[in-house]
Design a protein around this ligand. Structure first.
Ligand SMILES: O=P(O)(O)O[C@@H]1C[C@H](O)[C@@H](CO)O1
Ligand SMILES: Nc1nc2[nH]cnc2c(=O)[nH]1
Length: 213
């Protein structure tokens, strides 16, 4: 996909996840999802990559999801497990790729969460998410992975840590900016700067997966 639909754009989560269901109809069996995310884990640095071991479905706990409403059985059963949402065998292949590409110093494994956005988090939000065991926070991916798992697509996802979420209020300067604020320009720049490295990373993953098929 080139881009995606986001909840903050006003689309329901079923529309945000619609491309995944279209993929299912086209015969896709693996999903590689990526996202720009804020780092919550204190070990993370800007430009690091977090392989998603799991996600914390905070929007789902609030009753939002791509699968709310009448169930269309073409896209899977009404009820389904999410215990092993992120495919361990793909993750093992990626762990090897990380070693081969000598990326160990910048790659972590952790838990992602999706919030509604489009505002970034308050300090209180950040502190709460950390206490809930979340390592990175963004505005996508979770509902795509839910739709994928419902219809049996195997999933791998990673976050590019584009900024560090602040647990401190910081000081506001005369121009009303604040040292600990996140701005989308920073997020976009880190994404752009990492483009070539991430392309190689994803190409390697596609290659490794395709050896299985
Ligand atoms: O589509 P993703 O999740 O990669 O983009 C994230 C969420 C927002 O669209 C944007 C915020 O900076 O980055
Ligand atoms: N919610 C959220 N999404 C992001 N996308 C990139 N950075 C962030 C962040 O800090 N928070």
């Amino acid at each position: 996909m080139q881009g995606r639909f986001h909840y903050y754009e006003g689309y329901p989560l079923s529309i945000c996840a619609m491309p995944v269901r279209l993929m299912k109809l086209l015969g896709v069996s693996y999903l590689i999802a990526s996202n720009a995310a804020g780092g919550l884990n204190p070990k993370y640095k800007v430009g690091d990559i977090m392989l998603q071991k799991d996600h914390f479905n905070i929007m789902g706990l609030a009753g939002l999801g791509p699968h709310i409403g009448p169930n269309d059985s073409r896209f899977g059963p009404r009820f389904f497990p999410m215990t092993n949402a992120y495919d361990e065998s793909i993750l093992n292949k990626v762990r090897q790729i990380v070693k081969d590409l000598k990326m160990e110093n910048k790659v972590h494994e952790g838990v992602y969460t999706c919030v509604g956005g489009p505002n970034y988090e308050t300090v209180a939000d950040v502190r709460a998410l950390i206490s809930l065991g979340v390592d990175s926070v963004g505005m996508s991916t979770v509902h795509e992975v839910i739709a994928a798992r419902q219809c049996g697509i195997r999933c791998f996802a990673f976050s590019l840590i584009t900024n560090i979420c602040s647990t401190e209020y910081g000081t506001t300067t005369e121009d009303h900016s604040c040292s600990t604020e996140v701005h989308s320009e920073e997020v976009l720049k880190v994404g752009k700067d990492m483009e070539d490295e991430l392309r190689i990373f994803v190409e390697e993953i596609v290659e490794a997966i395709s050896q299985d098929t």
